[in-house]
Design a protein around this ligand. Structure first.
Ligand SMILES: Cc1cc2nc3c(=O)[nH]c(=O)nc-3n(C[C@H](O)[C@H](O)[C@H](O)COP(=O)(O)OP(=O)(O)OC[C@H]3O[C@@H](n4cnc5c(N)ncnc54)[C@H](O)[C@@H]3O)c2cc1C
Length: 264
């Protein structure tokens, strides 16, 4: 890791002003991805602008949505009474991320900004049609995830909060990589007034995606058996050391069935 400057501004505006002082500066959230990549010299920075002082860690709930501040840690989402009562699938997702240290440091904003193709939160954001709020604008889930480790965020743009509409029912199940707990395949199913949405993480070459084959089957008949005849093509799925594309295609169906079993 190279020598660098560190600052912890006390507001979002101050953080933006601070980061503009250097083209090599980066925002720091939980540091769970950024610090190891800096240490391994896979990434570089001459200044870290820590968002911990910017008052972005909070959870609030209304009858129709849950709003989670970007610096809210995974452990706080997992144990939030508001999330547990209004959207328990999201609390479960957060509680299944990594290990204790990752959950005690990692944040929802850091996870979404990083957009790891095997991260859990992107599937919930996409299936629930959440909105990513930044210091500049509101971005729909559909527009936010651009590709592997790529998002619609502009340079220096800060995610400030994420707004999740509350569905009728939802469930998230992943097949975790036994070493890291990242999703080899994770499936988030949301049953909403306007239909069923199914988002898959861990499997796609370009990151999270909606699975229209399973969505169509469940919109015709919302039961586990309706998935039996769905064919998931391995085309476009990750063929990496941990699992082949066809294995992941099979896992998508299997995780979807397990998620449905929890909902029905
Ligand atoms: C061993 C291990 C296991 C893991 N397992 C899982 C898992 O099972 N499931 C899962 O989903 N994730 C997993 N993760 C990822 C982890 O949950 C973190 O979410 C992730 O590392 C990034 O969050 P962070 O808060 O640490 O962000 P950081 O590492 O601090 O930042 C990541 C990137 O996001 C940028 N950034 C951070 N916050 C903001 C913001 N508010 N606005 C704009 N840009 C921002 C930073 O500049 C940086 O580029 C794992 C990580 C590790 C190390």
């Amino acid at each position: 890791m190279y020598e660098l400057e560190y600052s912890m501004p006390s507001s979002v505006n101050d953080a933006v002003a601070e980061i503009k002082k250097s083209s090599e500066a980066k925002y720091l959230a939980g540091g769970m991805t950024l610090i190891p990549t800096l240490k391994a010299r896979l990434s570089s920075a001459d200044m870290l602008v820590d968002l911990k002082g910017a008052n972005l860690s909070n959870v609030s709930v209304s009858s129709s949505e849950i709003v989670i501040g970007s610096m809210t840690r995974h452990c706080d989402v997992a144990s939030s009474s508001e999330v547990l009562s209004s959207l328990p699938a999201l609390a479960k997702l957060a509680g299944g991320i990594g290990d204790h240290m990752v959950r005690n440091c990692g944040t929802i904003g850091g996870s979404l900004a990083n957009n790891d193709p095997a991260a859990c939160y992107p599937s919930a954001v996409l299936a629930l049609d959440a909105t990513i709020i930044t210091n500049e604008r509101a971005i729909t889930a559909e527009d936010f995830f651009v590709g592997m480790f790529e998002t619609a965020l502009n340079e220096n743009e800060i995610i400030t909060e994420v707004k999740f509409p509350i569905p009728e029912k939802a469930s998230y199940i992943k097949f975790p990589n036994p070493a890291s707990r990242y999703a080899m395949v994770g499936v988030f199913i949301a049953k909403k007034a306007n239909g069923v949405a199914v988002a898959v993480t861990g499997a796609g070459e370009n990151g999270v995606f909606r699975c229209s084959e399973i969505e169509n089957a469940l919109n015709s008949s919302f039961n586990v058996g309706s998935i039996d005849n769905v064919e998931i093509s391995p085309d476009g799925l990750n063929n990496a050391i941990h699992a082949s594309g066809s294995y992941r295609a099979n896992l998508i169906k299997e995780m979807a069935k397990r998620a449905l079993n929890e909902m029905i």
